[in-house]
Design a protein around this ligand. Structure first.
Ligand SMILES: Nc1nc2c(ncn2[C@@H]2O[C@H](COP(=O)(O)OP(=O)(O)OP(=O)(O)O)[C@@H](O)[C@H]2O)c(=O)[nH]1
Ligand SMILES: [Mg+2]
Length: 439
């Protein structure tokens, strides 16, 4: 049974029905068999049970009336430990709140060692905060190491100590895995390709776009949180610039803080991207609220739309729009591309391919705005500067002029600044190569 408690005058941007639908989608994402789902209006939250006592009884009766009796109630809201416990008692069923449900999905999806460790850690952290009673049924059913097999009430104290021990051990392991990944990342950094990160609300179409661009088959499905572990692949933009495209975990409203924390390291790759493409499901009724959610998670991670690293909005799924709306979206996108004061937007469909080329052109335009291609003259005495450029820039051409070197390199404005600060004797050659001037 899936319930969405809707606080009266709660001021939510989203329609309660749409939120319920999302909750049902989340439940479906771990293959739960959903018997019934509905919105419960709440006048004022009851501290003991969130939902008013009359309604709690009604729901209990509804559970009894179903054959077989549903064994799990999903309450799409944040429940305090007390509310959680009381509802489980009142309904004689396992209760999952929104955070617990999302943790379950993540536990189901994580593939890489790091992803699994991150989820385990988030689980333990959540358990630690409430020490839920065990509910081995679902655990057995799914065969996972989910957090649902929590401690029994009698052993709470020793369990707390055991949890703390496990948390410490997990953190240590996670540190180890991360060190390895940082090394890998450092290696990739030396291959000087700019990184383009796809971000967006879950189910917006990131993986579909990723697959189209990379001609690969990352799991893309009408399933919330289809992607959990980040995937990267090199692609060539129309003009031949090679970039690394990264597909990553989707965002959702009220993303549990435990998960934001756990996935911070993974999402840090987004922080380091040169270009961020925010993929939006423009055909979704809550598309604006979803946009706000994504921007707020990004802000939490310290990512803002600025000149240094613009966010390009990919208004995806235009194939699903009625003709009128479609024309509106196309007009909005066109306007944004001509107007330097707004975020760059492009209307597209990852499914049909419409607009995808335009997106690539815009990515390229942003990249070239951030990057220069210059010819650098390195006089013989500072030959070591060559290695520096090879490590941090894209060396396109290299010729020797006696003992001196001439390199054609593509690099960001920032790297360019650093280089000439370190090597004031290097020079930028003009195109003719005749006159050599200082940068
Ligand atoms: N009609 C239509 N459907 C699309 C389009 N792009 C993606 N979809 C569908 O939307 C669903 C979700 O797509 P995914 O690519 O898995 O979405 P995602 O953003 O990777 O989702 P998560 O990995 O869950 O965060 C799939 O059923 C896709 O087929 C589009 O342009 N048009
Ligand atoms: Mg995906």
């Amino acid at each position: 049974m899936v319930l969405h408690p809707a606080l009266k005058g709660g001021g939510g941007v989203r329609a309660p029905e749409a939120r319920l639908e999302e909750a049902v989608g989340l439940a479906a994402a771990i293959d739960l068999d959903i018997v019934t789902s509905f919105v419960i209006p709440i006048n004022s939250p009851n501290p003991a049970t969130l939902i008013g006592s009359g309604k709690v009884e009604d729901i209990g009766a509804m559970l009894d009336a179903h054959e077989p009796r549903p064994s799990l109630v999903i309450v799409d809201s944040a429940l305090s430990p007390v509310q959680h416990r009381n509802l489980e008692k009142a309904w004689n069923a396992k209760v999952l709140d929104r955070t617990a449900l999302i943790l379950e999905i993540f536990g189901d999806r994580a593939q890489t060692a790091e992803g699994r460790l991150q989820v385990d850690l988030a689980h333990l952290d959540y358990q630690r905060s409430r020490l839920v009673r065990s509910w081995t049924h679902l655990e057995r059913q799914r065969g996972g190491a989910g957090f649902l097999g929590g401690p029994g009430e009698r052993q709470i104290e020793s369990d707390r100590r055991a949890l703390d021990d496990r948390i410490v051990r997990l953190k240590r392991k996670l540190d180890e895995v991360r060190r390895t990944r940082t090394l890998q990342r450092a290696k990739r950094k030396r291959a000087p390709h700019p990184v383009v990160a796809l971000v967006g609300y879950t189910n917006a179409g990131k993986s579909t776009l990723f697959n189209r661009l990379t001609k690969s088959t990352v799991m893309a499905e009408d399933l919330l949180f289809a992607t959990l572990d980040p995937t990267m692949r090199a692609i060539d933009l129309p003009s031949g610039i090679r970039v690394i495209l990264s597909d990553t975990v989707g965002f959702i409203s009220d993303l549990p803080t435990q998960l934001v924390a756990a996935f911070r390291a993974t999402l840090e790759e987004v922080l380091e991207a040169d270009i961020i493409v925010h993929v939006r499901d423009i055909a979704h009724e809550d598309t604006d609220a979803q946009r706000a959610d994504v921007l707020s998670v990004l802000a939490e991670l310290g990512v803002k739309d600025d000149d240094e690293r613009p966010i390009i909005e990919a208004l995806n799924k235009i194939d699903l729009l009625p003709e009128d709306d479609r024309l509106d979206v196309l007009a909005v996108a066109r306007h944004s591309q001509d107007n330097p004061d707004t975020a760059i937007r492009v209307a597209m469909s990852a499914q049909t391919g419409e607009g995808v080329e335009q997106l690539m052109t815009l990515v390229e335009r942003s990249l070239t705005a951030q990057h220069d291609t210059i010819t650098v003259f390195i006089p013989a005495p500072i030959g070591a500067a060559r290695a520096w450029l090879h490590a941090r820039a894209d060396v396109i051409e290299e010729t020797a002029d006696g003992e001196n070197l001439i390199l054609v390199v593509r690099l960001s404005k920032k790297t360019e600044g650093q280089f000439f600060k370190l090597h004031p004797n290097a020079q930028v050659a003009t195109e003719e190569g005749a006159s050599v001037k200082r940068a």
